[in-house]
Design a protein around this ligand. Structure first.
Ligand code: CTP
Ligand code: MN
Length: 593
């Protein structure tokens, strides 16, 4: 069995860092060996985040974040190194060696999760099959009534949980251990509150959680079914909640999943924005009407995890639920969270009483496309709302309006946008710009984390060329000449003298970014690697070495002249002769051939 370290190394070689990071950051090719995008580790408007294709590292010239594919995963998902290895293995579909699990507990966990995925797959197929049974006539009618045809029912794998406590249980029992059934969230038992693990309850006493309901699978980002939400067909007292969801399991955590992200993510990347709706029926109707970049919050406020998840695909969002109504609090909290992450938020408000699902079914998708086409900027909406709540007829009302707006504006991470919104608000409220803006500035003053601007490099062209040549694994001859130049001390006196020396002493296989440079050196090195390589060739190196040699000779000449003066002073004619000979030799060498 391979050692974990070897496994991690091997895996890293199989991975393409551009594709891995591309899942989190929208990258654009910006050179022969590099891609750039907006740094996921700090807020920025113009990209200073680079990924090097051949050297397989990332570096942000804004915040200095830097590293290989594992450090990226560790940092972005806030996980440990072993977890990053596992995550990468999963992405590449490479099975983990057994020993790489840090303990038996973890291995058991992974095994359970695998079983839970299997049982959800079985349950999904079972519910789909049941939707075709005679008993499901009402369910089919219901779905047809909501405009869902066979194709879309199949696409979302919508099913029917029959009105039986045992059908599903008896179907899957033979294939799974009891503890898998207990932990699947698909079943319930009487004393679930006192015995959440079901250890005192035999599986024979367990019954289906979902009965006589339409089932909607909830999928992981990879498209595996990990939970269900199920809508009742009943109306009235006995119906229970309209939607019943799976509980939290080893597989499913509501706060980490966005409904439909698996189907929407590619389109979100392509059209560069996401539509957020509240309910999964809204989501399905919007999706099947041709707007595939849609996800649902499922009736609760976004969590930090969900925002981070979404951020990987876009930062442009059109929120399509009315924050004025029932879900207002959840919507406000979601928006606040999105604002802090620098999302561009726009709102689409439908007429009162309409959710996207109803709107599309009543008015058609063209009408929906039209409202989508003219969303309101979140702050325009907010200012309008403040105007409605506090008509600016008195100084007091203006103060109230400002106090209402301030905390929202304060959340905007970008100073320019913040200022712009403040200006706009000031104008609408009829307040002299400076006063409101001063207030804002005071209020927003606490906002720290200004982005360190990418420092102008103090590097000379010569050292850039040397560093490039020294790190050009694709061109060993070029590298060899640079190594010789360092041996001849041509690099002495350069800003990055010590770095160049170190680069000349490592082997070709060593990844230069993996060495323990200080921050400034790392920044320098990344800059050269990302922006330099393609232009460095034999001719440029020749020219550079010539310049360095000249420089070195000038320096030596100065030293010689000083030594000559000293020898003259001491009347050391022997030493003087030596020095003069050397000077003559130098001058001969320096003359162009
Ligand atoms: N929700 C839930 N549990 C409930 C009610 C609602 O989880 N008991 C969530 C669901 O994700 C639902 C969303 O909140 O989709 C919005 O709820 P609501 O507006 O009541 O439902 P609709 O989506 O309009 O449902 P439908 O169109 O099926 O009536
Ligand atoms: Mn609805």
């Amino acid at each position: 069995m391979a050692e974990p370290v070897d496994f991690a190394q091997n895996l890293k070689q199989q991975a393409d860092i551009v594709r891995v990071i591309g899942d989190y950051v929208k990258l654009r090719k910006s050179g022969a060996v590099n891609f750039t995008g907006l740094c996921p580790f700090h807020n920025e408007k113009s990209p200073s985040f680079s990924v090097h294709v051949t050297k397989q590292f990332f570096h942000c010239f804004g915040c200095g974040a830097s590293g290989d594919v594992y450090s990226f995963l560790q940092k972005i998902d806030n996980i440990s190194f072993p977890e990053a290895v596992k995550a990468l293995a999963l992405k590449l579909g490479v099975p983990m060696p057994k020993q790489a699990f840090s303990g038996p507990g973890e291995a058991a966990d992974a095994a359970l999760r695998g079983k839970l995925i299997d049982i959800h797959e079985r349950a999904t197929a079972f519910f789909q099959e049941q939707l075709r049974a005679p008993e499901a006539a009402k369910a089919r009618e219901y779905l047809a009534g909501r405009g869902l045809d066979a194709e879309n029912i199949a696409r979302f794998r919508i099913g029917f949980a029959p009105d039986s406590g045992f059908a599903l249980r008896d179907r899957v029992r033979g294939s799974f251990d009891d503890h898998v059934l207990r932990q699947s969230g698909l079943f319930s038992w009487k004393d679930r509150d006192t015995d959440p693990e079901g250890v005192n309850t035999p599986v024979a006493n367990m019954y289906s959680r979902f009965r006589n309901r339409i089932t909607f699978p909830i999928c992981s980002e990879q498209g595996k079914v990990i939970a269900f939400t199920a809508r009742t067909l009943e109306t009235g007292e006995k119906a229970g909640p309209k939607y019943l969801n799976s509980p939290e399991t080893a597989l499913y955590s509501k706060s980490r999943v966005l409904f439909n992200l698996d189907k929407a993510k590619e389109v979100i990347r392509k059209v560069e924005y996401v539509i957020l709706v509240e309910g999964q029926m809204d989501c399905i109707t919007v999706f099947t009407s041709g707007f595939q970049n849609v996800i649902a919050s499922s009736g609760t406020a976004f969590t930090e995890t969900q925002v981070q998840l979404l951020k990987r695909f876009t930062r442009n969002i059109i929120v399509n639920f009315d924050p004025d109504t029932a879900g207002a609090a959840a919507a406000e909290r979601s928006i606040a969270m999105l604002l802090e992450e620098d999302f561009d938020i726009r709102l689409v408000s439908l007429e009162p009483g309409f959710d996207p699902d109803l709107f599309i079914r009543k008015k058609g998708k063209d009408a929906y496309r039209e409202v989508l086409g003219k969303p309101q900027r979140y702050f325009d909406w907010l200012i309008e709302r403040a105007l409605k709540m506090f008509p600016p007829r008195s100084p007091e009302a203006r103060v109230k309006a400002i106090n209402y707006l301030l905390p929202h504006i304060q959340r905007i991470p970008n100073a320019i946008v913040r200022d712009d919104v403040a200006k706009n608000a000031a104008q609408k409220f009829g307040i002299a710009d400076q006063i409101l803006r001063q207030q804002l500035r005071d209020a927003a003053g606490k906002r720290s984390g200004t982005i360190k601007s990418a420092q102008a490099s103090g590097n000379t062209v010569a050292e850039k060329v040397l560093i490039c040549a020294l790190t050009d694994a694709a061109n060993p001859e070029l590298r060899q000449r640079a190594v010789e130049a360092v041996a001849a001390e041509l690099h002495r006196g350069l800003n990055n003298e010590s770095m160049i020396e170190r680069l000349s002493s490592i082997s070709l296989e060593t990844d230069p970014m993996s060495l323990d440079w200080d921050d400034a050196q790392r920044q320098e090195l990344a800059g050269v690697l990302i922006h330099g390589h393609e232009d460095v060739n034999e001719a440029l190196l020749d020219e550079t070495l010539y310049t360095l040699r000249q420089r070195r000779m000038e320096q030596r000449k100065r030293e010689l002249n000083a030594e000559i003066a000293e020898a003259e002073r001491r009347s050391d004619s022997g030493r003087l002769g030596q020095l003069l000979a050397e000077l003559k030799q130098l001058e001969r060498e320096q003359r162009p051939q």
